[in-house]
Design a binder for this molecule. Structure first.
Ligand SMILES: Nc1nc2c(ncn2[C@@H]2O[C@H](COP(=O)(O)OP(=O)(O)OP(=O)(O)O)[C@@H](O)[C@H]2O)c(=O)[nH]1
Length: 312
């Protein structure tokens, strides 16, 4: 958790989050599994279990409620009687809810396209920048990296390794001012005719007000180097952080005006339902999802695929 006070809904979810992914699957299998297709029925107990499964997958109280209301309405309208039909209806409803998040990152309207990347400590910013660099380089874009995490030597080194692997240039400065590094990088990107400048910033919590102010300063100074920049302000969130990810989206959006998200660590045990909560309460496009630690483990977000994967 990242130091946010929890309200009652979040406490409920925090408790439910202790439930393992295996248990979520058990509930899903019980109601949706093939052996239940003939026996199960859509009754109040079914809706209750469905609600629990959605909450356990980090969908959040509001999005869960909205989804269940829609499923109930559409089950009634369609005259569906079997759980498998309700599951299909839920998959459709979830896809529709997530659809506004499905938007591509557009490069080429500016030269360079300046992309600022922020997030809490360890969310996967530097790794995602490495993956994004590869993705862009594969599409023929020239990329310049700005190591604006000037605090952590390891972060600069990590970014330099990614730069090396992608054979792209990097602007870096030990112990310097992150805003100054960003300014230099954007100026260099313009001078060298790069297609994209990616600015990696140090991890910070929204509760660290001076560090949030520092982010605003980086944005202002980038604007001095290029009045139209930054063209994208991305937040990297860890798909495992549940409802706290929604709080992060709200706080960083307020500070910076976010244009997109990268949701990491959706491989392994991540439940990812928080995207439904984000779609419900703060619909900011999910440009990419991270599905592993390797360079190629970055995918564009598909609402339909995501909904189907979440429902198992
Ligand atoms: N499994 C998995 N691991 C990931 C993914 N993305 C990042 N990681 C791992 O998460 C850890 C943190 O990633 P970093 O890229 O260093 O995170 P950061 O946000 O730059 O960290 P700070 O600079 O300390 O704030 C590393 O061990 C990464 O390998 C992902 O999509 N899947």
């Amino acid at each position: 958790m990242n130091g946010f006070p929890l309200d009652a809904d979040e406490r409920l979810i925090a408790r439910l989050r202790q439930v393992t992914a295996a248990q979520v699957q058990q509930v899903a299998a019980k109601y949706f599994g093939d052996d239940q297709l003939t026996g199960g029925q859509i009754d109040e107990a079914f809706y209750e279990e469905l609600e629990t499964a959605l909450l356990m997958a980090d969908t959040g109280v509001k999005a869960t409620q909205a989804l269940l209301d829609e499923v109930r309405r559409r089950v009634k309208e369609s005259g569906a009687t079997r759980p498998v039909q309700a599951k299909n209806i839920l998959a459709d409803s979830l896809t529709r809810l997530l659809k506004p998040l499905e938007r591509p990152l557009v490069i080429g309207e500016h030269q360079p396209t300046v992309i600022m990347v922020a997030g809490v400590n360890g969310a996967g910013k530097t790794t995602s920048i490495g993956k994004l660099t590869k993705h862009l380089a594969d599409a023929g874009e020239t990329v310049l990296l700005a190591a604006a995490d000037t605090f952590r030597a390891a972060a600069r080194e990590q970014l330099a390794i990614w730069a090396d692997r992608n054979t792209v240039e990097i602007v870096s400065q030990a112990g310097g001012d992150p805003a100054a590094v960003s300014f230099d990088a954007v100026s260099a990107g313009r001078a060298r005719g790069k297609d994209v400048v990616l600015v990696d910033t140090a991890g910070r919590l929204p509760t660290q007000l001076h560090l949030m102010e520092e982010l605003r300063k980086i944005k202002r100074v980038v604007q001095k180097a290029d009045a139209s920049a930054p063209h994208e302000v991305l937040l990297v969130i860890d798909g495992n952080t549940g409802q706290n990810a929604l709080a992060q989206v709200k706080a960083f959006d307020e500070a910076l005006g976010l244009t997109g998200l990268i949701v990491t660590k959706l491989d392994g045990t991540a439940k990812g339902g928080v995207l439904a909560a984000i779609a419900q309460e703060k619909p900011i496009p999910v440009y990419f999802i991270g599905v592993g630690e390797k360079l190629e483990d970055l995918e564009t977000f598909s609402a339909r695929e995501f909904a189907l994967a979440l429902l198992g």
